[in-house]
Design a protein around this ligand. Structure first.
Ligand code: ATP
Ligand code: MG
Length: 423
């Protein structure tokens, strides 16, 4: 990919309305464009990262048996009335139609998925079942803020599971919890599982996945010594108390909720009259679980957790590209042509080896400007081809996480990059 033709460019100045690091860096880096409060367009660079995060989520949901589908975002009012949520969900966007009807713009999808599964599943033999989607959600948040962390339109992965007995549900819930930790780990985040309230949709306890950062909105108490963490919304413990697990002193901190899993019990299956025939011929109640990940929020959380004063620092797994290749134009036209040729050849060779390259091939940008952009965009590795490195048949190598640059032989660069990416 060539920077000169890339749609969406970096900007030297921070957006005046940025209220958080992710809002500033994602906009400045040309990853997203703010359309209005809480509503963002994803530009090519940002979309590459978003897609990689989605792929990780898909792989892990598929691994535990989830089947992907795509539910509707425009939802019939009747379903929301049936579940008694039309008048009880404050963030629900209600859309009037010229026909006089009203619709909901889905903030979540229990009201669609429950009758859907109910229409296909008749017998206990068809269960358990888990279906999921990655889809745009809409919530009329009173205060959209913190860039992509709290939007009015955002991408969510929502999975729903259906079971005839509690033990089976519990086992799947635990599997999903572990899969979530794998997802966040693969995205370069250390997420903590916290107990929290079940939220507006259910009375039960739920489990949140929190990424500790000062940008977070949620107040947490945590233990440094073990895995214990609790959302202070419901916490029975406070800073200084002994950890119920290991007795070390708890401390308070802030977190971003990147995921949330719920025991829905029969809340929705009852509302939609969904039961199945059991082995003994009697009707069996359905227990449901719901498992959400804020996909766009997750990208914002990665930026909040991984940046410095120069820009973003993407983990290899979700960086929009692997290598930021910078070619520096020489004054002498012959030398300039040689640099360009060598850089383009390196770009081709890297891409042939499966390495994703963003080649800053601009001829009108100074070295300092290109380096500042490379730091801002935050790809894992920066390679520089210049008249100076060419004189040594070398390329300059600098990792985003390190302050030091070194030279590696040009002929060896592709192999070294492959090794670096695999490490
Ligand atoms: P919050 O407490 O932050 O308002 P929530 O608990 O209402 O979120 P859930 O219903 O649990 O959200 O939704 C599942 C996941 O979707 C959340 O864990 C979060 O990662 C993400 N999410 C929720 N609301 C938003 C939003 N307005 N913008 C971006 N992501 C969101
Ligand atoms: Mg939640």
């Amino acid at each position: 990919m060539r920077y000169s033709s890339l749609f969406g460019k970096t900007s030297k100045t921070a957006p005046h309305d940025a209220d958080s690091v992710n809002a500033r860096l994602l906009v400045q880096g040309g990853f997203v464009d703010r359309v209005m409060a809480g509503v963002y367009t994803w530009l090519p660079l940002g979309l590459r990262t978003l897609r990689k995060v989605e792929t990780i989520i898909r792989e892990e949901m598929d691994r535990i048996g989830g089947q992907e589908l795509l539910l509707t975002a425009l939802q019939p009012k009747e379903n929301w009335v049936k579940s008694e949520r039309w008048d009880n969900v404050d963030v629900l966007f209600k859309i009037p139609s010229q026909t006089g009807k009203e619709y909901a713009l889905g903030p979540t999808a229990e009201d669609i998925v429950t009758p859907l599964v109910g229409s296909f599943v008749r017998s206990y033999k068809d269960l358990p079942l888990a279906v999921y989607q990655i889809q745009t959600k809409f919530r009329d948040e009173l205060r959209a803020k913190s860039g992509v962390l709290r939007g009015r339109e955002f991408l969510m992965k929502d999975m729903y599971s259906f079971h005839t007995d509690r033990a089976d549900f519990e086992a799947f819930y635990e599997k999903a919890k572990q899969a979530y930790l794998v997802v966040f780990g693969r995205c370069g985040l250390k997420a903590k599982v916290t107990e929290a309230s079940g939220g507006a949709f259910t009375k039960k306890v739920s489990h949140e996945f929190q990424v500790e950062t000062q940008a977070g909105e949620d107040a947490l108490v945590m233990c440094r010594n073990c895995h214990y963490a609790q959302n202070t919304e419901i916490a029975t413990n406070k800073e200084g108390d002994a950890c119920p697990n290991c007795k070390a002193a708890l401390f308070s901190t802030k977190g971003i909720e990147v995921g949330n899993i719920f025991d829905l019990g029969d809340r929705f299956s009852k509302a939609f009259d969904f039961t199945v025939a059991g082995a003994d011929g009697t009707r069996k109640e359905i227990i449901m679980g719901c498992y959400g990940i804020g996909v766009t929020r997750l990208v914002g959380a990665i930026v909040e957790a991984s940046h410095d004063d120069k820009g973003m620092i993407w983990p290899k797994s979700v960086a929009p590209c692997h290598v930021h290749l910078v070619s520096l134009a020489a004054k002498d036209p012959n030398a300039a042509a040689k640099v360009r040729e060598a850089a383009e050849k390196l770009e081709r060779d890297l891409e042939a080896a499966g390495i994703e390259v963003l080649h800053d091939d601009r001829e009108d940008a100074r070295a300092g400007e290109k380096f500042a952009d490379a730091d801002l965009i935050g790809l894992p590795l920066r390679l520089v081809v210049s008249e100076k490195t060419m004189a040594e048949d070398a390329v300059e190598w600098k990792e985003r996480t390190s302050a030091d640059a070194k030279r590696v032989p040009l002929a060896q660069a592709v192999e070294d990059v492959k090794r670096f990416m695999a490490a």
